[in-house]
Design a protein. Sequence first.
Length: 239
Amino acid sequence: MNIFRALEQRSVPSGYFRGEHSWNLPGITCSRCGEIWATTGVEYPSIDISELFGLKELEKRWVVGVEEFIKLEQTILDKFPQIEIVTPGSSFGPLVGELKGRNFTDFVRFVPWTLLIREIALRALASMGKLNLPETVKVQFDDHEFEDNVFEFQIMPKGTLVFDGDEQADVPPCPVCGRRSNATPRKLKIHADSIPRNLDVFRLANLPTIIATSERFVNAVSELRLTGIEFEEIEIVNS
Ligand SMILES: [Zn+2]
């Protein structure tokens, strides 16, 4: 078994998507460590949280204290048991925005921690029948003139990145807000026992901007000659 990081294929020119998810949780301000922070990359496009807190409240990008955030987090976890991780700055609901440019690759460019795919390519991947693909959610366009639909993979945070001594020692998280200050290691390594067996695309739970895929997924993309994505192997560490 091999695991790969999914990266944007910069060598192929393409148009891109610009937009954002429908709702974002606030950032957090911590009285212990003094930091104001949010996590990038925790995104649940299929989950509608608007009725939990009221739209007006969510539309404000406010920052809240730790206790208030824990209440928000618990409300979401109670309501949506399929979610295991909620962080400050987590995004919910479908992407809304616009496509810019022309000649789009199969994996449509957006931000590196979100995987968008054209419907024709998604159908081709799904028809191979051997992949456990994540749930997908249709992207909503403000002004739709594109000939194809675009979908976002809802990528669950599952695998665990190894932080080890040769990069930056694993700094204990803040005991109040849980913030970690690790830098991204130059060489990515993943704990073997954290790799989900039932998902061919997932993100690293302790560094959710990193999207990881199985070798099956890489092979399927290669077989179908899908464009807009490339892969880099992630070392697997047995712990
Ligand atoms: Zn803190």
